[in-house]
Design a protein around this ligand. Structure first.
Ligand SMILES: [Zn+2]
Ligand SMILES: [Zn+2]
Length: 149
């Protein structure tokens, strides 16, 4: 027992250091990815702002000076990595319309998955917890078995 403890003491500081090293490199990778994305966003936003009039493509509001911060670049195909230099995948939207645009897409996506195009109705025979009792039973059986062993 004492021997076992000594081994663990010998191992654990090293493995902790190892974990810290792994964590640090993970953090570095994440930070770098964030930096890259921020840089990329800044570039295409600047390009889009040079290319298009500072007008929201939905509500038609005009933006000048510092308020241009409220104008965002929407990707028509929703792929932020698709940034053709001619700007064909970009649309300038104010933050409100941009939010709306994505909210609407989420709803559309939801309808598509449903397939009916109708608002799904909650059915009375819809049992969200069907199968739960089976699972509980199985779990109970398993723990009984454990006790028997
Ligand atoms: Zn707008
Ligand atoms: Zn968008």
């Amino acid at each position: 027992m004492r021997h076992y403890i000594r081994i663990r003491e010998a191992i654990s500081p090293m493995s902790t250091k190892e974990n810290q090293k792994k964590q640090a490199s993970r953090d570095r990778i994440v930070a770098e990815a964030r930096r890259n994305q921020a840089a990329r966003e800044k570039t295409y936003r600047e390009k889009a702002l040079k290319m298009f009039p500072w007008v929201c493509g939905r509500c038609g509001r005009e933006f000048t000076g510092r308020r241009v911060r409220e104008l965002t670049v929407h990707h028509k195909d929703h792929n932020h990595d698709n940034n053709p230099p001619d700007g064909s995948n970009w649309e300038l939207l104010c933050i409100y319309c941009h939010d709306n645009e994505h909210a609407r897409d989420q709803v559309a996506e939801w309808y598509r998955q449903d397939g009916s195009g109708e608002t799904p109705q909650l059915q009375s025979d819809n049992k969200p917890f069907a199968g739960l009792s089976d699972l509980l039973e199985k779990a109970a059986n398993n723990s009984d078995k454990d006790k028997a062993d």
